[in-house]
Design a protein around this ligand. Structure first.
Ligand SMILES: [Zn+2]
Length: 79
């Protein structure tokens, strides 16, 4: 794990600001979702990209009956 050397204070509501450079580098836009994981004393934030329920592919995923499905699997289902 690589340290960025960035230190941020938590505010009254428990919020921290993710530095813009970091958001740019990781492609995190306003209103994007982040998944929060914990590893011992570490909090891990990862861009939340729902994956296809069948193959795990996260690219061009669409929603079908509230489930995430990729175009390739949709095509296979249609056969
Ligand atoms: Zn798929």
């Amino acid at each position: 794990m690589k340290s960025t050397g960035i230190v941020r204070k938590v505010d009254e509501l428990g919020r921290i600001v993710l530095p813009i450079e970091l958001r740019r580098t990781l492609g995190i836009d306003i209103k994007d979702s982040l998944e929060i994981a914990v590893n011992g004393q570490q909090i891990i934030l990862q861009k939340y990209e729902p994956a296809c329920i069948f193959c795990g592919n996260a690219k061009d995923v669409m929603t079908f009956k509230e489930k995430k499905v990729c175009p390739k699997c949709v095509a296979e289902i249609g056969k």
